[in-house]
Write a protein that binds this ligand. Sequence first.
Ligand code: NDP
Ligand code: PYC
Length: 341
Amino acid sequence: MDQSQEDILLISESDLRRLALQVLQHLGLSAPHAQAIARIVVAGQRDACQSHGAYRILSAAQTIRTGLVDLQVPPLLQPTQGAITRVDAQRGFSPWALEVGLPPLVAATRKLGMGALVINHCFHFTALWPEVEMLTDEGLAALVMTPSHAWVAPAGGSKGVFGTNPIAFGWPRPGPYPYVFDFATSAIARGDLDLHRRAGTPLPEGVGIDAQGQPSTDPAAVAQGAMRTFGGHKGSALATMVELMAGMLIGDLGSQESMALDAGAGGMPCHGHLVLAFDPKRFAGEDWPGHQARAEALFAAIQGQGARLPSERRYAARALSAQQGIRLPRQLHDEILALLN
Ligand code: NDP
Ligand code: PYC
């Protein structure tokens, strides 16, 4: 999916945010919904996350066309119960609900040592790392997970049961960049499958099967069949955990139910979302700086072998975007602009 220089526009972060806001509001979203979505998708494009950056403006538009998502409804913050902060997104998109739930989550985590933010009834289509970074910025460790649509077969099976069910983890570090990983528990994110389909390029071997259960590298055939979990039975178990923890545990839909709600309309998934936060100063106590230094030694041991840490590619892209502007595929830019017609 490499693109030549002519296919790429350089755009400033503020211009891309302005464009995203204009389009999202034109599509009918209230200003706070549009602003929260714009912040998160622009951050994705700035970090060169092609499947979860500006491309997701098209996903938002497609979801809006289904008529299932509420474009105006404010998230309902419920009274905090111990460690649990709960926000009912009331079938709106998730980013505004996240922003509403974050301050009480941070307060509860500082008070109790750990906290959980449960977002119910949200349409969720973003990357998870921006959510994790909002917590590492507060000096907290974080673990975030969410179901999606049942596109992914269990290891040993051939029919979609799980969502692409991403898990993200963040650890606060001295300096500007936390340790963060963020990945789908499927062998490929659905967003990347879609990008292959749009570009007419084959999928990597081994990520999906067609409707007859045969291995396929044709994105359209795999979209009709099923995607595989990463790491076989291990990814399958992690995907199950996400269904349980961010579905049944929090009293919300899993990926099969989300897909049934969509009923073939082609919108983004609607379900619950779980954000866990941990205060190292409460877990490690006064010795936290010493233990944080031990964590730094671990990272140095990884990098000392020539291996890279997760998110290094993103952070490098972030620095490049700050210097040169954000790289945006011209075709995507034109498709986003066309939403104004
Ligand atoms: P990738 O496989 O691209 O990357 C997974 C993680 O591994 C990243 O943190 C990445 O860091 C890191 N990584 C990649 N290569 C290496 C390497 N060689 N050494 C060390 N670390 C490495 O992610 P996915 O395609 O699985 O997911 C992409 C995005 O899709 C995620 O942001 C996820 O949240 C999102 N998603 C959202 C869903 C939703 O329902 N909302 C569903 C599924 C996915 P780096 O970024 O620096 O390369
Ligand atoms: O890429 O798998 C994905 C995805 C699902 C919902 C949002 N992104």
